[in-house]
Every structure is written in structure tokens, then in C-alpha cells.
Design a protein around this ligand. Structure first.
Ligand code: B12
Ligand code: SF4
Length: 604
């Protein structure tokens, strides 16, 4: 069965032409998520690539991961694994509905569960339309079809639901961190969505909404529900989640103005509940675990007497040790963190490496000093190298260090991380509102300094996207790649050039990428991205050396700047913060005499 679609790309539904309605009348509530957000294949990277590559490049992923569409089912046809968001909606609903009223299934199996009895189809989505940062930008760089792979599959899911012969009987409720994209693009009709829920499923308002939908009442287009304030109110999955995602914290506390998750209350979740969810994943066949967080380093230090930005080393090492040592856990991947804690407590990084590296599925053969070349690669926000810009958009990003020291914190933190085989993916924001050429130059200076020092991070520049509800919601930055200045293009292409340093990603084939880039430029990118793209692309492809381009005045030559060492950074802390420093890291200010604590005595 084919459904016409009003979007720029025609989406076909996957409903088999002869689909029979389910014999049992279907489930009352059917939960699902786009296939590209539910798959559990080959690590995080595949989903991130799907968010960033346009649909016409799907073949690249198909060749690399020919089995990515092969998902696992339970005996009743429901999904063996689903994103953590779906699992929590399911758990929330099971407080009120019977087990056989609710099912979570993959999009291709919807027809097996949607029947005359169905009253709600609930979709959880992370990034349905690809209009978020680091997603839309790459697809638009690549050409005329701007639809990212993930967005194509999300649209296909919605088309499937729209085409259901029972569509008039049920309401479509959408939630998850990407729901705002449907609100902002006003695609309710096109996608056949009745209501978007912003907030967590645990909320009683969410349950009330499902009750209304089941009674056939009209739903509001958009509902904002409250985030629980107590850690006890947060539910945990008791079935298998995609990538074994189990929540570790909510909120962050550093208050960056562009950030959505920071709007949530800062909560670190109880260890026993985390461990139960880890064991539930293993019981249901998962071998991988990842603790979802904005900043893993706040766990164990939320609302204690110590400020959250001085990590609780013992608690963290204990938690991660117990997770990786849980029988059945074969792989563990880190999600997000911040970089200042690596400067505050380098020994914590070392101890976590000892615990986590053996179970990391990530290998960097040319970078890692681990005997099996294993590495850890959390996601960290670098955002900008401009102190002026950093003060404006993220003045607490580097606490306890002053934001004036942000470039030094990044370099020093990266040194500590690299020494311990952490090679993070670091995001940068290009085109912040009010960003001047000087700001971009300072960021380029920082990127060159990373290169000069032989440090490595996978640098992911993205174009500023005003995210819904943030304090920068109303601001606009760059809206089209043609508006990017030569310096902004240089920054983007320099990051990618550094990422593709030979040998770091064997399958990406850095050389092939560069030659391909040149070919693409000749074919269509020069027309699409405009003249400002030309020289940065020449730099990226290596067609002309950077030195020559600098000599010709075609690109900016990054300048060295004064970088503070760890000792200098520690010395710059406010004296009231000295008490939280750990003496075993060294570099304590000379004037500081640490109190003789039981821990210090034990360490002697
Ligand atoms: C783990 C994670 C990933 C993993 C795994 C994702 C997966 N499919 O499981 C990976 C690394 C693959 C990933 C990729 C991406 N991610 Co991500 N990810 C996260 C992270 C850290 C945790 C997500 C999670 O599972 N949380 C736990 C669950 C329980 O929370 P939840 O999904 O929000 O669900 C709750 C509510 O939203 C609600 N809910 C959820 N669904 C529904 C449905 C209904 C009907 C209702 C009523 C309620 C409801 O109830 C749940 C709680 O009870 C979040 C940050 C965060 N803390 O949320 C970022 C985050 C969601 N990711 C983000 C982004 C930008 C991306 C990428 C686009 C990045 C990129 N450029 O590559 C891609 C997109 C991937 C894709 N397929 O398109 C942003 C989203 C920004 C936005 N709002 O648009 C976040 C918020 C990170 C950030 N700091 O900005 N991500
Ligand atoms: S450090 Fe990251 S998670 Fe925390 S507020 Fe800033 S952007 Fe958000």
C-alpha cells in the first residue's frame, strides 16, 4: 500500500498489501519509535551517522552495515529492544493498564498490533525531522536532498500510522526529546499527529492524556508536563533498551543558555535502581550498557556539601565497576560529560579508565596505548574557543575554573583524557548569534592548538540551532550554508580534516573522503554552498597545502596563544574551593595546607 506524502520527498509505507487486521482486535495502546532510533546495531556511531547523512547516502551505511535492519523480536512479535524513552512510557502506562493492553513494537510490525481495539498509538522520537544541531547541517552541506536518513525513516513511520485502516479509531500521541521539531515545523497534519507531549511520561498529566484518548476525547495539540523533582519519582526500564541505555542523571547545572537538558532538575539517580535496570537489560538478552547523562561526573555529588563540579571519585568508580562487572555485561559505552572534571581530578579519569577500558567496544588502533587499542569516547561540548562568546552563552561551562580560562581548560582536560585513552567527540557551535570573525578566529586558534599539541578529539562542528524552550529560543544564527563566512567554513572543514587524520578511522578511508570531497565540490557543492566554501574545501581535500593557502591569504593561519598549565589553573581557583581538591593529584596551591582527614591518613 502506498500513501501520497506532501513533503518534498515521497515516502512509501511499509504496510504489506495484504495486511490482515490482528485476530485479537489489536492492543489498546501501541508504542513505537522510528526504526533508525530503535536499532541497536554497531554502537552509537551508526545512529549518529543516520541523523547526519542525507537519505541519498544511505548506501554508504548499507554497505558498511548490511545487517542494520535486522531487528530482534519477542515470540509475540513485539520488539525485543526499544529506546529507553519507549520503555519508560510503557512502564508508566503499566501502572494503570494491563500487560496485554500495551505493546511496544517496531514500525514494520505496527499492522500486527493496531486493530479495531486500538485507541492510542504513541510514538517516542529523538530527532524526527532532523532539524536539530549537528544533523540538519550535514545533510544540507551534502546537497539538494536535505532529508537525513533518520528523518526519512521517521516520516515513513508516521506515513504507516496515517495509512492504517483504523486511523479514525485512535489518537496519535508523540513524545520524546524530538517532539518539539513537529511543533516548530507545524507538521501535525502532514504526519497525522494529534498531540505532542513535552516532558516525562511518569507525570500524572501524561496518564490523564492517555485516559482521555482512550475515551475518545479531543486532545490538545501540545501538552507540557512537569518533570519529577524527586529522584524516587523517576521510573527505570525493566526490559531491554536500545544500546542498554539506563538513566544516570537528569539536568546538568552548568546553565549553558542554548541547552535543553539543563532545563530539567539536577538529579542523580539511585544506584540500586540503576543496577536493577542493568540486570533487567542483561536478563532480556542485552550485552551492552550505557548510562544516559548530560554529565556523568555530577553523579554522586548532587545536593551534597561539595559543589557538584568537584566529582565524587569513589562513588563514580564504584558505580561503573559494579556495572561492568555485572555478569552478562560485555560492553559499556559512555554517553555525555564535561571536560573541567578531567582537570579537577585526573586520577579519577585514570581509575575510570582502568575499570572501563576492558569493556569498551571502541578501538582506536593509532591513538590508544591500551594493549588491545581500546578507547573511551564520550560526547563533550567544546562549543567555542572565543572567550567573549563563551561568556555570553555558557559562562559556567568550565566551573570551578573561570570562563576566561576556557581554552586552557579544554586543552588541559583533553591532555588528561588522551593520556588515559579517552578520545572524546567534541561538539562546536558555528554561527552563534552575534558571532564575529574574531570569535571564529579564536576558535580556529584553539583547534590549531589541539593539533599542534598532538591531542585528539573527534571535532563535530554544528550550526547554531535555537532549541525550543531554551534561553536562546528566539535567537537566530546562520540559517543556510550559503550564509557561512569563509572563516566559519574554514573552522568546519579544519575540524573534519583533523578528524580524518590518516589511520584513525580505517573504514572512512581519509584519502577517499578527500578526493570524494573534491569531486563533490566540482559536481554540485560549489554551486550549493557558494564561493566562501571553495578555499576551505581545497584545504580539506589537500589539493593545496595549508601553508600555501595561508601564504596566498586564502585561509587564516591559527595563532598560538598563552595556555595555562594544570598547576596554573588550580592556582587560579578561589581559595574557598581548595578544600575540595584531592592532594593525590598534585599541583595544590603552595599556600594551602590540606586538613588531616581520615582519608588522607589512610592514604599514607
Ligand atoms: C543516549 C542518547 C543518544 C544515543 C542513543 C539514542 C537511542 N536511540 O536510544 C545516541 C548516541 C545514538 C544518540 C544520538 C543522537 N542524539 Co541523543 N541523546 C541521548 C541521551 C544522552 C539520552 C536519551 C535517553 O535515552 N534518555 C532517557 C530517556 C528515558 O529519556 P527520553 O527519551 O527523553 O524519554 C522521556 C521523555 O522524553 C518522555 N517520553 C519519551 N518518549 C515519549 C513518548 C510519549 C508518547 C510520551 C507521552 C512521553 C515520552 O518520557 C520519558 C521519561 O519517562 C539524550 C540526553 C538526555 N539526557 O535525554 C541525548 C539527546 C536526546 N540526543 C540529542 C541529539 C541531538 C542526538 C543526535 C541528533 C546527535 C547527532 N547529531 O548525531 C542523534 C540522533 C540519533 C538519531 N537516530 O537520529 C539531543 C536532542 C536535542 C533535541 N531535543 O533535539 C539530546 C537531548 C542531547 C543534548 N544534550 O542535546 N543519542
Ligand atoms: S554543560 Fe552541556 S549539558 Fe550542561 S548545561 Fe552546558 S550544554 Fe547543557
Amino acid at each position: 500500500m502506498k500513501t501520497p506524502n506532501t513533503s518534498s520527498q515521497r515516502i512509501s509505507t511499509d504496510l504489506p498489501a495484504t495486511a490482515e487486521p490482528p485476530a485479537d482486535g489489536g492492543r489498546l495502546i501501541v508504542l513505537t519509535a522510528p526504526l533508525t532510533e530503535a536499532i541497536d546495531h554497531a554502537g552509537y556511531f551508526i545512529q549518529m551517522a543516520m541523523a547526519s547523512l542525507p537519505i541519498w547516502m544511505e548506501g554508504v551505511l548499507n554497505r558498511k552495515y548490511p545487517k542494520w535492519r535486522e531487528v530482534e523480536h519477542n515470540p509475540d512479535g513485539s520488539a525485543r529492544y526499544m529506546p529507553a524513552g519507549v520503555r519508560l512510557v510503557e512502564k508508566s502506562l503499566l501502572r494503570e493498564y494491563r500487560d496485554d493492553d500495551v505493546v511496544a513494537c517496531f514500525p514494520d510490525d505496527l499492522h500486527k498490533f493496531i486493530g479495531p481495539r486500538t485507541r492510542v498509538v504513541a510514538v517516542s522520537t529523538h530527532n524526527p525531522l532532523g532539524v536539530t544541531f549537528a544533523a540538519g547541517v550535514y545533510t544540507s552541506v551534502f546537497g539538494s536532498s536535505k532529508m537525513p536518513i533518520n528523518s526519512h525513516y521517521s516520516r515513513q513511520l508516521f506515513a504507516n500510522i496515517k495509512a492504517s485502516p483504523f486511523r479514525n479509531n485512535f489518537k496519535v500521541i508523540v513524545g520524546g526529546s524530538g517532539g518539539w521539531q513537529i511543533i516548530q515545523t507545524d507538521t501535525y497534519e502532514e504526519l497525522s499527529v494529534d498531540c505532542i507531549v513535552e516532558g516525562r511520561s511518569e507525570s500524572t498529566e501524561t496518564l490523564e492524556l492517555f485516559r482521555k484518548a482512550i475515551q475518545g476525547e479531543e486532545l490538545p495539540r501540545r501538552v507540557e508536563v512537569k518533570h519529577p523533582l524527586e529522584r524516587e519519582a523517576i521510573l527505570f526500564p525493566d526490559k531491554r533498551t536500545t544500546f542498554g541505555v539506563v538513566e544516570m542523571t537528569t539536568g546538568c547545572g552548568r546553565r549553558c543558555k542554548f541547552c535543553v537538558p539543563d532545563l530539567n532538575p539536577q538529579i542523580d539517580l539511585p544506584k540500586d535502581k540503576i543496577m536493577e535496570a542493568v540486570r533487567a537489560n542483561v536478563r532480556h538478552g542485552n550485552k551492552q550498557i550505557s548510562l544516559a547523562t548530560e554529565d556523568m561526573f555530577i553523579w554522586g555529588q548532587v545536593h551534597t556539601e561539595t559543589p557538584f563540579y568537584f566529582p565524587n571519585r569513589e562513588a563514580l568508580v564504584d558505580l561503573y565497576s559494579d556495572i561492568v562487572n555485572t555478569p552478562g555485561v560485555e560492553q559499556h559505552v559512555l554517553s555525555h560529560c564535561t571536560i573541567a572534571p578531567a582537570v579537577v581530578d585526573p586520577l579519577l579519569i585514570k581509575q575510570l579508565s582502568d575499570v572501563l577500558l576492558p569493556k569498551s567496544p571502541i578501538h582506536f588502533p593509532y591513538l590508544s596505548s591500551h594493549p588491545q587499542k581500546k578507547a573511551l569516547a564520550p560526547l563533550i561540548g567544546l562549543e567555542t574557543g572565543s572567550i567573549r562568546m563563551a561568556k555570553q552563552i555558557m559562562s559556567s561551562k568550565g566551573v570551578p575554573f573561570a570562563i576566561e580560562d576556557w581554552p586552557s581548560v579544554v586543552l588541559e582536560g583533553l591532555r588528561v583524557l588522551n593520556e588515559n585513552n579517552w578520545f572524546p567527540a567534541m561538539t562546536l557551535i558555528v554561527g552563534n548569534p552575534g558571532e564575529t570573525d574574531d570569535d571564529v578566529r579564536e576558535t580556529i586558534d584553539l583547534v590549531y592548538e589541539i593539533e599542534r599539541r598532538g591531542l585528539f578529539a573527534f571535532l563535530v562542528p554544528s550550526i547554531f540551532t535555537p532549541l525550543h524552550d531554551t534561553r536562546m529560543e528566539k535567537e537566530t544564527g546562520v540559517t543556510q550554508t550559503r550564509q557561512l563566512t569563509p572563516l566559519q567554513w574554514q573552522l568546519m572543514m579544519k575540524c573534519w580534516k583533523m578528524n580524518l587524520r590518516p589511520g584513525q578511522y580505517s573504514w572512512w578511508g581519509p584519502l577517499a573522503w578527500r578526493v570524494g570531497a573534491l569531486g563533490m565540490w566540482l559536481y554540485k557543492l560549489r554551486a550549493l554552498n557558494g564561493p566562501n566554501f571553495t578555499w576551505p574545501l581545497m584545504m580539506f581535500s589537500g589539493a593545496i597545502s595549508e601553508k600555501n593557502l595561508q601564504r596566498m591569504g586564502k585561509i587564516y593561519a591559527g595563532k598560538p596563544f598563552k595556555v595555562k598549565s594544570r598547576r596554573e589553573l588550580i592556582a587560579s581557583l578561589k581559595p574557598r574551593d581548595w578544600q575540595y581538591l584531592r592532594a593525590d593529584n598534585g599541583d595544590l596551591p603552595l599556600e594551602y595546607a590540606p586538613p588531616v582527614t581520615a582519608r588522607a591518613v589512610a592514604a599514607l
